[in-house]
Design a protein around this ligand. Structure first.
Ligand code: SF4
Length: 384
């Protein structure tokens, strides 16, 4: 049962999760989420094998430990902590063992499991935004309660990764890759959140990550902890508090369009989101610092184009490919006479000029195009 209007609680956090979690969850009116004897699935963010939570790349085991204690006090039955790392991590269990999540969970008599091994529930042609076949861990459907424990981080593809994206760890490893490769990741994630509905979502912004998130960013030292029964509502509060507009965060934008949340209808308790607002450095801003000399016109472009373009240029630079001498132009604005035009909007704003189509164009396509066009000039009649 969800609270109407959706409620999101915010408390200042110094990382003392055992002390902070009970008042935070009381403020979020989540105390009755678990009934005695109910089984609980806790889904942290363990997307990569790292040996410390101090980088804010993965969920702090201390937070999960405090959550298990809180659930036990409410009479929870079986408790399982489960997540699947990004495609290719071998063995997947290393995401638990390296950071010490295994010991924290075991010391409390709970269990842990890497999601990678199934069983899976199959969804065939279930959404226009999904690959034809999507397999989601049966764990998402076989526990009485799901508690979603995400981090506040920036993200290369989605601008931010919070509670809604955190559910991607419940997918079959191949689908994780396909969500990125086929269609638009943000739309696929919104569809996933319409199928898997956590009972409680916690977003840890005690540290937070900015810049090259979700893995290689820098610690933001933000100092806040968020919780709510409605995952999309938590998303709608944390995102602007990170200084990210809804138009930049496509997962949230599409969730609003799908009617999953009305940001204006959310009740916030605890800290005032306007007062805690801190602008997180965008991934493309951090990447641009690595590309001295590159000329980019992108004031009228949205983040998805910026992210893909700068990511493509960074990957090319890392591979030893010289950056383009010509100015690279994205977004719906008139371009200079010799600009390389990337994306649907750049094409629409400069009619008759050659451009790379796509919305946003994919990273590999941008690399190919910039390499191919680097030596050439704009040709008015040579449309792709
Ligand atoms: S082409 Fe698409 S992604 Fe790029 S600026 Fe236009 S709307 Fe945004």
């Amino acid at each position: 049962m969800f609270i109407t209007p959706p409620l999101v609680a915010i408390l200042k956090s110094d990382g003392d999760y055992a002390a902070l979690l009970p008042p935070l969850l009381a403020l979020a009116e989540a105390e009755n989420v678990i009934q005695p004897g109910e089984s609980v699935l806790i889904k942290p963010n363990l997307h990569a094998p790292v040996d410390t939570p101090a980088t804010s790349s993965v969920t702090d085991p201390a937070l999960v430990g405090a959550l298990i204690d809180w659930a036990r006090e409410r009479g929870a039955g079986e408790i399982l902590v489960a997540d699947g790392p990004f495609f290719g991590v071998n063995p997947p269990e290393s995401v638990f063992t390296l950071v010490g999540m295994d010991k924290v969970v075991e010391s409390r008599g709970a269990q842990w499991r890497a999601v990678n091994h199934g069983p899976w529930r199959e969804f065939r042609e279930a959404s226009p935004y999904w690959p034809k076949l999507v397999r989601i861990s049966e764990l998402a459907f076989s526990y009485d309660r799901i508690i979603n424990v995400a981090l506040a981080k920036t993200h290369m593809d989605c601008m931010v990764t919070l509670g809604m994206k955190n559910l991607k760890g419940l997918l079959h490893p191949e689908e994780k890759a396909r969500f990125h490769q086929e269609g638009e990741l943000s739309r696929a994630l919104v569809a996933l959140n319409q199928v898997v509905r956590p009972d409680l979502t916690i977003v840890d912004g005690t540290l937070g990550m900015e810049g090259l998130g979700p893995h290689a960013g820098t610690v933001a030292n933000w100092g806040y902890l968020f919780a709510g029964r409605d995952t999309a509502a938590v998303e709608a509060v944390v995102t602007p508090a990170m200084g990210v507009d809804i138009e930049e965060a496509r997962v949230l934008q599409y969730a609003v369009e799908a009617g999953m949340v009305d940001p204006a209808a959310i009740e916030v308790r605890g800290e005032d989101p306007a007062r805690i607002r801190r602008r997180f450095e965008r991934p493309y801003e951090a990447m641009l610092r690595q590309l001295p000399g590159v000329r980019l016109e992108g004031k009228a472009a949205c983040s998805a184009c910026k992210l893909n373009l700068i990511r493509a240029l960074c990957e090319e630079a890392a591979a030893g490919v010289l950056p383009p001498e010509r100015c690279v132009h994205i977004g719906k604005a008139e371009a200079g006479p010799d600009a390389l035009l990337i994306g649907k909007c750049a094409g629409a704003a400069n009619p008759g000029c050659r451009h790379l189509p796509g919305c946003p164009p994919r990273v590999e396509k941008i690399k190919e195009y910039v390499r191919g066009e680097g030596e050439g000039r704009r040709q008015i009649t040579d449309l792709p």
